[in-house]
Design a protein around this ligand. Structure first.
Ligand code: NDP
Length: 328
């Protein structure tokens, strides 16, 4: 019997249990590429899956973990051969398909992206799904026409994973970044990442007006709910807001006023089913447009055994930046 270490979520009598176990390789799901997983990361969705606070996991037992970087061990897929360095984000990994918090994963070759030549597997997971989503959001704003000099770009949930990477990318691209956070103690951290202005997230948590004073040319929002409604109402004429998260709630208590009176656009961002071409483009941009020193500044590291504790912390908004998980 060939086994490897994995975090496994099981469910019995509606109760979910999570533990670090020896997992039998023969129980891996179908796939044409087997990967030796080297690094993973902790995302907000992983927190939801491990704590069971939202129905992220759709089959049991499940190995959670929505993303990994590693080396191909074996492959019958034409694009991949043993030794290739790969990244995987989403596609149901850690939700419907056995995931990343394991020394080994078997997946579909079409889900994989080649690790950019100058990026280490650890850096790729320091970026992780949160950082790759931040880049998808930046690219969506650029497609809308955003250029440096257009005015402030707001980032909400700025001290979190998506937010921290978004601040670092936008500042490197020459944008003036306004960071919204509920953690005033992280103002220095956010300025080091490149924010020129810090606002208290309380400014975005009151009852939203249909239209408020115009403040930013664009925004990346990972909070949703009342925050997103306020962000929309304060976006300048013709601006755009990339919505990618729900850390504050899934609802959107807004009105059509920003859309029909200020020509504001709301751009949806999804990392899970995102087409391969856009993923490859996003990872190429991350290779060139994210300062590695800043990435290191916003990253902390844990081992597999610490993932379950960290899962609770991320849902409580206590994690700063990104956490990489050393798998082997
Ligand atoms: P983090 O927990 O790292 O960051 C979320 C941040 O949001 C927190 O750090 C906090 O920032 C802020 N926040 C948390 N709770 C509240 C609240 N109640 N009201 C206002 N602000 C709040 O998570 P991630 O950055 O990894 O993910 C952020 C969101 O993006 C999640 O909802 C996640 O599911 C989503 N996401 C979506 C993806 C997609 O494909 N669309 C992909 C990846 C993530 P601060 O302390 O600075 O205020």
């Amino acid at each position: 019997m060939a086994t490897f270490k994995a975090i496994v979520i099981e469910k019995a009598d509606k109760a979910q249990t999570v533990g670090l176990k020896d997992f039998d390789e023969k129980d891996l799901m179908d796939g044409d590429v087997t990967v030796a997983v080297e690094w993973s990361t902790l995302n907000y969705k992983d927190g939801l899956a491990i704590t069971g606070k939202a129905p992220v996991v759709r089959r049991f037992p499940m190995i959670p973990g929505i993303d990994f970087a590693g080396t191909v061990e074996s492959s019958s897929h034409p694009d991949w051969k043993p030794g290739d360095k790969v990244i995987l984000n989403g596609w149901g990994t850690g939700e419907t398909h056995l995931g990343a918090y394991a020394e080994k994963a078997r997946v579909k070759g079409q889900w994989l992206v080649r690790l950019p030549a100058k990026m280490s597997p650890r850096d790729a997971m320091a970026v992780g799904t949160a950082g790759y989503t931040a880049m998808l959001a930046v690219m969506a704003l650029e497609r809308h026409g955003l250029k440096p000099g257009a005015g402030p770009v707001l980032v909400t949930g700025a001290a979190g994973g998506v937010g921290s990477v978004a601040v670092a990318i936008l500042s490197k691209l020459g944008h003036q970044v306004t960071a919204s956070t509920g953690r005033p103690g992280e103002a220095g951290y956010l300025k080091d990442l490149g924010a020129s202005e810090i606002i208290d997230r309380a400014e975005l948590s009151g009852a939203p007006k249909p239209l408020a004073k115009e403040r930013w040319a664009a925004a990346i929002d990972s909070v949703g709910s009342t925050t997103l409604a306020n962000v929309l109402s304060m976006t300048k004429y013709g601006g755009a807001v990339a919505a990618c998260g729900l850390a504050g709630g899934m609802d959107l208590p807004s009105s059509v006023a920003p859309f029909i009176l200020r020509a504001v656009s709301l751009l949806g961002i999804d990392s899970v089913q995102c087409p391969l071409k856009m993923r490859v483009a996003a990872w190429e941009r991350l290779d060139s447009d994210l300062d590695r020193g800043k990435l290191e500044q916003l990253t902390s590291q844990i081992g597999l055994a610490e993932v379950t504790t960290a899962a609770g912390s991320i849902l409580e908004g206590r994690v700063r930046g990104r956490i990489v998980v050393k798998i082997r």
